[in-house]
Design a protein around this ligand. Structure first.
Ligand code: GDG
Length: 462
């Protein structure tokens, strides 16, 4: 069997970053196949010394390319994060279209294609990750790579009406279809992409097989909802770091019922709406005053992009107002912490929270929802409140599903969760946990890799 070659903007070159997410997913497969992982080095280097650093760890080769300042701006901040990210999260109102960015974005994709194709050998498989590399499939073909190539989109795919606002939508779709397998987080995302191909690219979707004929190729397009490493997450609840975090939380909130939110500080996560719902809860259900406390952990993200600075200001003001209006000498209703915590600490905090509040306005999957479920005590589990607009909602239907824009509905759901009887909490959690455990990170990886390796199933190309 050939090697696995992974390409993603961020890699797990630092062993300390291998505890969660993509690194866990890919690491075993990379080690087993003595694979390669291409990505950004994290360094900004201008001039002739801009290069590629290489090193090996546990038999895995890392090839990390520097970006120039122009590339960081045009490729990373601008085209990827100020155009694709908002449009793909249905936020065309926030998208910035800068003419020259696409040239830079394409050039970075081309540079990675040359790096990968120079090292890929016959029998290897290439797995491309996420919206930074939408053009890489086609760029690899131009660079001479004809082997099996898959693409997985971690974020949502928008309806065609929104996707078409990206000026280069046709080129992006054609480039994706140069891959053999295209994976989405949810059936909704897949349906959006296939509808775009059918309506605007003369594509034809086969009824049962999941294949679509588009741009003269037959491409497998399927749904691969990403999961978590359930056993290791559950185990981290009993770690020293988790137990210490629980003690610190208890000193702050006492025995009050605790509601937790954990999200990167990003406008897709619905934080202002969530804060407003806490205010609404305390208005509509005055008996909740003094009885519950919410902690929102929000590690900063992309803080040099203007929309993120505005979000930060909005949340600072909202949280201040809610605590000013409702707080008391011995009670702060909303604790808002703009910093990161260790994964073990988060596991501990989830485990003692009566409610996990996961209310993005739009999300590819949302792993916090799954982590919250995994961390619960089966005898006394908490309640997951989940936005119907997170990819996870397609799987986690026993959560309390909410519309995050509906403040009164969200407040009612929080109130219901705070009062939910133990037998209902147990019954809901049991079903949720079975799903989270069955569709874990290994399941996701193996399903995608099986389809990617399965060249015969792809059938002849037209
Ligand atoms: C993208 C898609 C999709 C959060 N704060 C801290 C911390 N985290 C961890 C969480 C969780 C991860 O980060 C966040 O994952 P999400 O899925 O919630 O969201 P995105 O970062 O937006 O991820 C998303 C995902 O890709 C995977 O495909 O689900 O839809 O947007 O694991 O626990 N981890 C640590 N400290 C923190 O303070 N250590």
């Amino acid at each position: 069997m050939g090697r696995l070659i992974a390409v993603s903007n961020r890699t797990a070159a630092d062993p300390n970053s291998r505890a969660g997410g993509l690194a866990v997913a890919l690491w075993d497969a990379l080690v087993k196949s003595s694979g390669l992982w291409f990505g950004w080095s994290g360094a900004i280097v201008d001039g002739p010394s801009r290069g590629v650093s290489m090193f090996q760890d546990e038999g895995v080769d890392f090839l990390l390319a520097d970006l120039s300042e122009e590339e960081r701006q045009g490729f990373y901040y601008s085209y990827s994060n100020s155009l694709l990210w908002p449009v793909f999260h249905y936020r065309n109102d926030l998208a910035r279209f800068v003419e020259d960015d696409f040239r830079i974005y394409s050039a970075v994709n081309d540079r990675f294609a040359r790096l990968v194709s120079a090292r890929a050998r016959e029998g290897d498989i290439v797995w491309i990750h996420d919206y930074h590399f939408l053009l890489l499939g086609a760029a690899l073909r131009r660079a001479g790579w004809s082997g099996r190539t898959g693409f997985f989109l971690h974020i949502p795919f928008p309806p065609p009406e929104l996707f078409r606002t990206v000026p280069q939508h046709h080129e992006i779709a054609e480039a994706l279809c140069a891959c053999d397998v295209i994976g989405f987080q949810s059936a909704n995302d897949r349906a959006n992409f296939v509808r775009y191909l059918e309506e605007y690219c003369d594509a034809r979707a086969e009824q049962e097989s999941g294949f679509v004929k588009a741009f003269g190729r037959r491409v497998k397009i399927d749904v691969y909802p990403i999961g978590i490493d359930v056993e290791s997450f559950r185990a981290s609840v009993s770690s020293d770091a988790a137990q210490a975090a629980i003690r610190r939380l208890r000193r702050g909130v006492g025995e009050r019922q605790h509601v937790i939110g954990v999200d990167r500080l990003d406008y897709s996560k619905g934080l202002p709406e969530r804060f407003a719902a806490i205010g609404r809860l305390l208005d509509d259900y005055p008996e909740a005053r003094g009885k519950m406390t919410m902690t929102q952990i929000a590690p900063p993200s992309r803080s040099s992009v203007e929309e993120y600075q505005e979000l930060r200001n909005e949340l600072d003001a909202l949280s201040g107002r809610i605590n000013g209006d409702y707080g008391d000498l011995d009670w702060t209703p909303l604790r808002y912490l703009v910093r990161g915590y260790q994964r073990e600490e988060l596991a501990g905090l989830y485990s003692v929270s009566r409610v996990g509040l996961v209310t993005p306005l739009r999300d590819g999957m949302n792993l916090v929802a799954k982590e919250y479920v995994a961390a619960q005590d089966p005898d006394d589990p908490g309640v997951l409140i989940l936005s119907e607009f997170a990819g996870a909602a397609e799987q986690l239907s026993e959560a309390l599903l909410v519309n995050p824009y509906d403040s009164a509905g969200l407040a009612a759901a929080i109130n219901a969760a705070l009062h939910m009887p133990l037998d209902e909490r147990r019954a809901r959690w049991k079903r949720l946990f079975e799903t989270v455990r069955q569709y874990d990170i290994a399941w996701w990886r193996e399903k995608f890799l099986a389809d990617l390796r399965d060249g015969d199933a792809a059938g002849p190309r037209d």
